[in-house]
Write a protein that binds this ligand. Structure first.
Ligand code: HEC
Ligand code: HEC
Length: 253
């Protein structure tokens, strides 16, 4: 053998290291778009009202999941440039309409992804997501009224009691008396994007200012169900914090 195993391996490692150095130094390479591998991405305090309006506008281009995420990341791109400005926001179209199947509401899904991009600490991430989701479940939405609405009419409010697109939309259909395929339903979801975006910005601003404190605990009923059915309970046969009674009846044992 002209090349021993050891020589071959050493040679490969050297080649690998050289290739790595070359790729790091290659700033013009299209395959190296800035610092997308740095984690977490830096966050700077944003204006909640401006972000809400931006979320409303984004809804009409890329739907509900893009709204909160893009409103925040693109606003940071305005200040910080790359890689924020070239984020492929189009990908969030996959989350539209509750991931196309009326599963988790796109605004909740996109917001959790934004929290995931900026907040590395697991406990803090979970606390922020719970706060946003509990607020969503327990609040009569939408609240936002755009200065230039796409659909210029009064939009009924409803309290979702769920972070699922299906329950959220269908409860709104019930309270408004309108179709899930109406233009008012689109307007309602656009305004809801604005509400969630504004709330998310408030939460992230507070988190990074060190002033966050939770104001929306899960409901007392959900707490009581979990005391038997969730972690540490006698049954421990569920996991999760969604409002149990949006799907199950209370029961006596
Ligand atoms: C004091 C403990 C306790 C609490 C509190 C409690 N459960 Fe249960 N739950 C049980 C037990 C025990 C069973 C029966 C389990 C079995 O038969 O395997 C049960 C059964 C169930 C079932 C299975 C279907 C059925 O009806 O048998 C569901 C669903 C359920 N509970 C939901 C809830 C929800 C929702 C809440 C809160 C509103 C709740 N539970 C509160 C103890 C509890
Ligand atoms: C979005 C609707 C939804 C929510 C919210 C929800 N569940 Fe369920 N749950 C289900 C479905 C669907 C099943 C499966 C039921 C089946 O197969 O009979 C289930 C199953 C269960 C079961 C087992 C039932 C059985 O037949 O033994 C328990 C216990 C239960 N859920 C408790 C809870 C508790 C406690 C919460 C709140 C923390 C909760 N669920 C929230 C929909 C929901």
């Amino acid at each position: 053998l002209s090349t021993t195993r050891r020589q071959f391996i050493t040679g490969s490692l050297a080649f690998g290291a050289a290739a790595l150095l070359a790729s790091c130094g290659d700033k013009d390479s299209g395959s190296d778009p800035g610092n997308t591998t740095n984690y977490p991405w830096a966050y700077k305090s944003l204006d909640a009202a401006a972000a809400a309006q931006r979320g409303y506008d984004i809804f009409w281009e890329r739907h509900c999941m893009a709204g909160p995420f893009e409103a925040i990341v693109a606003a940071l791109g305005d200040q910080l440039g790359e890689p924020y400005s070239s984020f492929p926001f189009e990908m969030f179209k996959a989350g539209a309409g509750g991931l196309q199947v009326s599963s988790v509401c796109g605004t909740c899904n996109g917001s959790a992804m934004a929290i995931g991009l900026f907040v590395e600490d697991g406990a803090a991430r979970s606390a922020l997501i719970s706060e946003l989701f509990n607020w969503y479940e327990q609040t009569a939405l939408p609240i936002f009224v755009p200065p230039n609405p796409h659909v210029d009419t009064t939009i009924a409010q409803s309290t979702p009691h769920s972070t699922l697109c299906h329950a959220s939309v269908s409860k709104w259909c019930d309270s408004s008396g309108l179709s899930a395929y109406s233009s008012e339903r689109s307007e309602r979801c656009a305004r809801l994007v604005a509400d969630v975006t504004g709330k998310l910005v408030e939460l992230l601003n507070a988190h990074f200012a060190g002033t966050f404190s939770a104001a929306y605990p899960m409901t007392a009923t959900t707490e009581s169900c979990r005391s038997c059915h969730d972690k540490g309970g006698m049954l421990e046969n569920t996991r999760g914090k969604m409002e149990c009674t949006s799907c199950h009846d209370e029961h006596s044992i």
